[in-house]
Design a protein around this ligand. Structure first.
Ligand code: AMP
Ligand code: ZN
Ligand code: FE
Ligand code: FE
Length: 312
């Protein structure tokens, strides 16, 4: 692992110029590369720009942005918020956030506090099941960022309680499993509110995890989200089938939403998926970012006018 990390830039196969990746995780949440490393990796790979979208945190953005400035590479400060939803899971991406916005920071601090209370409960449940694990071990596995279930899974794997990362979830950590503890989530309305307040552009991540039953159910949900402040749909995603991509693209066009895309890359060790290219099928043009910027500019000037500021 250590050898892999120190040499992660060696022999990188470059992509053709002009492509982007708008869904990436770093050590600030459950990714393997630090924000600086992921920025350097994206540049070495030949990408034109990336967005850092960690789960429920913007802690990696500042480092990513300053590394981008240092090496001359465009980095978009973003986030991926888990929202209340059933039967599947709803994640909402935010791009171009004002990372110093007070409401955004206050809402995220509240989520962190809830996580800090949840994690020891997971340890307690694992201990009750006869598993020897301390919170210190999990903290170490998290690399100093936000602690989440994938870090518990990695420790279970390291300590040979399971044979794979997936087995850790299936036997212990997934919803309904014996060491599962629910986490606090905002409603979509709350999440979209603070993303918009922080001048972010919000997009519905990987709609195929929502568990919606057919097109019209998904359409209804999207209409509700648009009313709450949604501006885009993550159409391009490695786990979307061609039919799903077509369906989400139709929905985006029908409702004037942006089409975004990204790989959800978490780190070099995960099953053949790579930044920018996914499993080889992704090619996301820079125009996606131009469209996001246009929406952001249109929207923030309208917002400023609403709030009594004159446009300059
Ligand atoms: P947390 O935010 O602590 O609830 O952890 C959520 C993360 O755990 C997700 O982003 C996934 O990476 C991972 N995850 C959640 N459910 C599963 C599952 N059933 N199998 C594998 N990984 C999962
Ligand atoms: Zn993740
Ligand atoms: Fe997600
Ligand atoms: Fe993600």
């Amino acid at each position: 692992m250590i050898i892999l990390r120190s040499s992660f830039l060696k022999g990188v196969e470059r992509m053709p110029m002009g492509y982007v990746d708008l869904h990436l995780h770093t050590t600030a949440s459950d990714g393997v590369l630090s924000p600086s490393e992921i920025v350097r990796y994206a540049k070495a790979k030949g990408l034109q720009a990336i967005a850092i979208t960690d789960h429920d945190t913007i802690e990696g953005c500042e480092e990513g942005l300053s590394e981008g400035e240092k090496i001359g590479f465009e980095v978009i400060p973003g986030i991926e918020i888990s929202a209340e939803h059933s039967p599947g899971s709803m994640h909402i991406l935010g791009f171009f956030l004002d990372i110093h916005h007070p409401l955004l920071n206050e809402r995220l601090a509240y989520l962190q506090k809830a996580r800090a209370e949840r994690n020891p409960k997971i340890i307690a449940k694992l201990n009750q099941l006869g598993i020897e694990m301390t919170y210190e071990e999990v903290l170490k596995a998290s690399g100093g960022g936000q602690v989440g279930r994938p870090h518990f899974a990695n420790v279970l794997l390291e300590k040979k309680y399971v044979r794979s990362f997936q087995e850790a979830f299936d036997r212990f950590l997934k919803k309904g499993a014996p060491a599962y503890v629910d986490k606090l989530r905002f409603t979509s309305k709350e999440a979209l509110h603070f993303i918009n307040e922080a001048k972010g552009v919000a997009a519905l991540a990987h709609p195929n995890t929502l568990g919606m039953n057919g097109y019209s159910e998904l359409e209804k949900l999207i209409l509700k989200l648009v009313e709450e402040g949604l501006k885009g749909i993550e159409v391009y995603y490695p786990e979307h089938s061609a039919a799903e991509v077509a369906q989400y693209k139709t929905l985006a066009e029908r409702y004037g939403l942006l089409s975004t895309g990204g790989t959800d890359y978490h780190g070099i060790e995960k099953n053949g998926l790579d930044i920018g290219v996914g499993r080889g099928e992704m090619k996301l043009p820079y125009s996606i970012i131009e469209n996001l910027k246009a929406v952001r500019n249109r929207f923030s000037s309208a917002y400023a006018e609403d709030n009594g500021f004159s446009r300059r």
